[in-house]
Design a protein around this ligand. Structure first.
Ligand code: FES
Length: 69
């Protein structure tokens, strides 16, 4: 589902970016979320928060430290 119509960013794009980003701000910057009209901000933030909470604590702070078992 499209979250940011200005940039054509989907919820899946956001979830993927969360996996490779160190923090929430980086996800927004990497994708360009809310950088145009800004109307996607709240929904994008909800998805980022949702996705971040499902990651182990170490991965949230630095995904490069996360090792799969
Ligand atoms: S809908 Fe995301 S910046 Fe406009």
């Amino acid at each position: 589902m499209y979250i940011c119509l200005c940039k054509g960013i989907t919820d899946q794009d956001i979830r993927e970016a969360v996996k490779t980003s160190g923090n929430r701000k980086e996800v927004f910057k990497k994708l360009g979320l809310a950088s145009d009209c800004g109307s996607c901000f709240e929904e994008a933030l909800n998805i980022v928060n949702e996705s971040s909470n499902s990651l182990p604590q170490v991965a949230k702070s630095n995904p490069r430290n996360y090792k799969k078992n």
